[in-house]
Design a protein around this ligand. Structure first.
Ligand code: NI
Length: 174
C-alpha cells in the first residue's frame, strides 16, 4: 500500500467525470488499498479515486466508530438506483475542502448498485450516515462537490477562500 496525496479545490481535476472501471483487477484493488491507506491517514471516512487524481469510478469508505475495529467498504462503478423523497440533513466535510463543514440536505435513503472488490455486482440499501456518504462520494465521481448543494453565496465564499489560498501558495513558490 502507498500513501497518495489528496488534491484540493480549486484543482480542476475535481470537476472531471470519472471513467467506468471495465475490469476489477489487481491494479484496481491496489488503487483501493492506496485510497484506504490515504483516507485513514487523513483521517476521513470516505474517499473517491479522483481525490488522489485518478479519474476512475472507485470509492472507499469506513464508517466504523473510533474505538471499533476497521470496517472498510469498496465500491466500483457505484450508481444510485433509487432515492427516497424524504430528506435528511447532515453536516458534511470533504478531504478536498479541508476544515470546511456545512449542513447538506439529501435524500434520506438510497439504493446503490456497485461492484465489489472481486468485481461481483451488488446492491445496498442505505440510510443515515451511510446514505449521505454514498451520495457524497458518488457526487465526486461525477465531478460534483458537496458545496454545490449549498446556496450560491456560501459556495462562492468558500471557493474564493480556497482560490485565494492557492494563489498565495503559488506566489510564495515563485
Ligand atoms: Ni468529499
Amino acid at each position: 500500500m502507498a500513501l497518495r496525496s489528496i488534491i484540493c479545490i480549486p484543482d480542476p481535476r475535481l470537476r472531471l467525470v470519472s471513467k467506468r472501471v471495465e475490469v476489477v483487477d489487481d491494479s484496481i484493488r491496489t488503487l483501493m488499498d492506496d485510497m484506504l491507506e490515504t483516507m485513514y491517514d487523513a483521517p476521513g471516512i470516505g474517499l473517491a479515486a479522483i481525490q488522489i487524481a485518478e479519474p476512475l469510478r472507485v470509492v472507499v469508505m469506513d464508517l466504523a466508530k473510533k474505538d471499533d475495529p476497521p470496517a472498510p467498504m469498496f465500491f466500483v462503478n457505484p450508481e444510485i438506483l433509487w432515492a427516497s423523497d424524504d430528506k435528511a440533513d447532515y453536516e458534511e466535510g470533504c478531504l478536498s475542502i479541508p476544515e470546511y463543514y456545512e449542513i447538506v440536505e439529501r435524500p434520506a435513503r438510497v439504493k446503490v448498485g456497485y461492484q465489489d472488490r472481486m468485481g461481483a455486482h451488488q446492491e445496498i440499501e442505505a440510510d443515515g450516515l451511510l446514505a449521505t456518504c454514498l451520495q457524497h462520494e458518488i457526487d465526486h465521481i461525477n465531478g460534483v462537490l458537496f458545496v454545490d448543494h449549498l446556496s450560491r453565496l456560501k459556495r462562492e465564499r468558500v471557493m474564493k477562500k480556497f482560490q485565494k489560498a492557492a494563489r498565495l501558495r503559488e506566489s510564495e513558490q515563485a
